[in-house]
Design a protein. Structure first.
Length: 266
């Protein structure tokens, strides 16, 4: 890759602020890269959309984003989107590399000792054939419980802006992840929505017993890095990292949040 193209940004995409959990890891691994964070907040939450409409929506939006932002690579930092549209994105934009985020079922199946694993995700991700296929491919010897949460992504959005989270709501949303069977207990919960790592301390606090919470953010960032050539000379005048919100509305709390992540709103 030429110096110029290595200065093209990495596009991080999510329906809201959840993809910042992936950006955070990507920054650590690739401090010299430029990033553009895109939150499709006009369409949040993706978890509640019907599949055909969401697919169409994301494909159309990406046509515009790739034209406008000219990224070197796009990271779909959203399980709800990736499990639906990652193959279609690769088909529609064959010259452009995409990194997806899909439920970390394989590492969970490798790590569990009790054989009881839960996948905590949006209702959309839980319904996907893609998720079911991951279970049949990698976790046949485990009992995998799929837990769809209507509220957690929204709670994370509020928490990140206002610093407040309703702990009782978190407790209720994660409760179905905890299963006891024949003397065994769930020992792994896969965080299969990029918003959830922001709430993991509250999840630990309200969980009925300790488990490993798998957050795939670092693995996704590593995958993106593996697809990129090393950066050439970086200019001291390089542009700041941007955040784009599809609603066009960036209130005070959102602006403060993204500034904390080193992004300026556009
Ligand atoms: N952050 C998204 C994910 O990883 C989903 C949030 C939403 O429902 O829009 O699945």
């Amino acid at each position: 890759m030429s110096d110029r193209s290595s200065q093209r940004p990495i596009l991080m995409f999510d329906s809201g602020v959840g993809g910042l959990t992936v950006l955070r890891e990507a920054r650590v691994l690739m401090p010299d890269r430029r990033f553009v964070y895109v939150a499709d907040d006009a369409a949040f939450p993706y978890g509640a959309w019907e599949e055909p409409a969401l697919k169409e929506h994301i494909l159309t939006l990406f046509g515009k984003l790739l034209d406008r932002l000219q990224p070197a690579i796009s990271v779909i930092a959203c399980n709800t989107a990736s499990t639906l549209v990652i193959d279609a994105l690769r088909d529609k934009f064959p010259g452009h590399p995409f990194v997806g985020t899909v439920p970390a079922i394989k590492p969970a199946a490798e790590r569990t000792r009790s054989g009881l694993v839960s996948v905590l995700a949006t209702p959309g991700t839980v319904k996907r054939q893609y998720t079911r296929d991951l279970i049949s491919k990698w976790a046949q010897k485990c009992h995998v419980r799929l837990v769809g949460s209507d509220r957690l992504a929204g709670l994370a959005e509020i928490y990140m802006r206002q610093g407040f989270v309703d702990e009782e709501a978190v407790r209720a949303e994660i409760a179905p992840c905890f299963l006891e069977r024949e003397g065994n207990r769930t020992d792994i919960v896969v965080l299969a929505c990029t918003h959830y790592p922001f709430l993991v301390n509250r999840m630990r606090k309200t969980a009925p017993w300790p488990v490993d919470w798998i957050d795939p953010a670092e693995a996704i960032a590593r995958r993106a890095m593996s697809l990129l050539e090393p950066v050439g000379e970086t200019s001291s005048e390089s542009e700041p990292d941007l955040a784009v919100f599809t609603s066009g509305k960036v209130d005070f709390a959102t602006r403060r949040l993204i500034q904390g992540f080193g992004l300026s709103a556009r």
